[in-house]
Unconditional design. Structure first.
Length: 435
């Protein structure tokens, strides 16, 4: 991923030096296990660890690979340059390249998931804080982009919190599912390596042994992992779209923080554009772009082919680095987001009283009017508000049929805003527990 959308901790996971360090640990731990089992001499296993503090020369490995056309062999050759050819002769014994490649990839994805889980914790904390802050800040709810009924800004933040909380649980499950390793040799039969070697290596790396591998770890695990990242990205966009809508000039119920010295447009000095959330919409597309290739990687020929390899070299770093950046950016947006309660009330009153139409409809049916007639009575008055910007309550009070059914006091009572917020505490308790 380009540096503009990258953060150092996640980038470091995918650095070639990190990859080669993990490869070394896999090989060294495997040698330890084989020595414990009496398969190789202990002194040879100990000799491998002489390279534990070595900074592997990426350029040198690339140079060897240019000749061998095989990345794992290139690494093993470079490792022998540090350990000694004779001492290193038992390295990789009974193993195949995928034992190293797949186990390493899953270590990297597991570490990436740990960073993403921490990112989500920060985002959840920000959403909860803003939800509690604006628990009773009334705004109009919209369906199809049109005024519907009153809600609160706190409920908006709370629903995003609940969605991200579900995503965190999904990511935790995906992390657990991807945390497997395989040291099972060619076609996964353990013919040339003891299963106890796999158990030891996985234990040292914080993984579980893959119950049954072929020559690769099954790619349904990876498909689920990247699908989960795609769902999280879609939820990020869901929040971003709401912020972008709220920042529109004719809405302006909320907005991204605009810092001192920030410029919104090269041409129009007055502009304050929602650039961060627009960026998040784009970043979400990049993360989701990894999902279909990950799904297609599940179907491999027989016990192994490498059609998945080139895909994962790209989507592994790109999807995790992008999502890490996006989660951090969204947390910043939520933390600093500007909220305009007065504008929320002003917007709701652009069509005075209209948001109470359903309550009047229900009251008429409870008063004995058929639903069809009640709907017609409410709608004919509501349309005057739409077309002539009249006051809905006053129109109802001037309608003899409505007054006959409800009385003036009955009509007035239907315009109490607290009616729509009376269960906010119940919803908050469901989302956050007792707060």
């Amino acid at each position: 991923m380009i540096p503009r959308y990258s953060r150092p901790d996640m980038v470091a996971i995918w650095d070639p030096a990190t990859k080669f360090r993990i490869w070394f640990e896999i090989e060294a731990h495997a040698c330890d296990a084989m020595a414990d089992l009496g398969v190789i001499p202990r002194e040879n296993a100990d000799a491998v660890w002489k390279a534990k503090d070595v900074e592997f020369d990426v350029a040198r490995i690339d140079e060897i690979e240019a000749e061998t056309k095989h990345d794992v062999i290139a690494f093993l050759t470079h490792l022998a340059e540090h350990v000694g050819s004779d001492e290193a002769r038992f390295v990789h014994q009974g193993m195949t390249s995928s034992d190293v490649l797949d186990t390493c990839l899953n270590v990297q994805l597991t570490r990436a998931a740990d960073i993403l889980l921490a990112d989500m914790d920060s985002l959840l904390a920000a959403l909860k804080r803003r939800a509690l802050e604006h628990k009773n800040t009334v705004r109009v709810g919209r369906s199809h982009g049109i005024h519907a009924e009153p809600t609160t800004m706190g409920l908006t933040f709370a629903r995003f919190y609940a969605e991200m909380d579900r995503n965190r649980a999904r990511l935790r499950a995906a992390r657990d599912e991807i945390a497997t390793g395989a040291i099972s040799g060619a076609v996964g039969t353990f013919a040339n390596i003891d299963p106890r070697v796999e158990e030891h290596v996985c234990a040292q790396l914080g993984l579980n042994p893959e119950p049954i591998s072929t020559q690769v770890i099954p790619r349904d695990r990876h498909a689920m992992f990247f699908a989960t990242l795609g769902v999280i990205a879609s939820s990020i966009e869901n929040v971003a779209i709401e912020v972008r809508h709220m920042q529109r000039t004719e809405v302006l119920e909320g907005a991204e923080f605009f810092s001192m010295g920030q410029k919104g447009s090269s041409a129009m000095p007055h502009k304050k554009n929602p650039v961060l959330t627009e960026n998040l919409t784009g970043l979400a597309r990049l993360v989701r772009a990894a999902v279909i290739p990950a799904m297609e990687n599940v179907a491999l020929w027989h016990e192994r082919d490498i059609s998945h390899s080139s895909v994962e070299r790209a989507i592994g770093p790109d999807a995790t680095i992008t999502l890490d950046f996006a989660l951090a950016r969204l947390t910043g947006v939520i933390d600093k987001m500007l909220i305009y309660p007065d504008n929320m009330l002003e917007n709701m009153n652009k069509f005075p009283g209209l948001v109470m139409s359903q309550r009047v409809l229900l009251a008429l049916t409870q008063a004995g009017v058929s639903r069809e007639n009640a709907y017609s009575m409410v709608q004919r008055n509501a349309l005057k508000v739409w077309e002539e910007r009249r006051d809905f309550r006053q129109e109802l009070l001037a309608d003899p049929e409505v007054v006959a059914a409800l009385g003036e006091d009955g009509i007035n009572e239907k315009f109490d805003m607290d009616y729509h917020t009376k269960h906010v505490d119940t919803i908050f308790a469901r989302v956050f527990g007792e707060v």
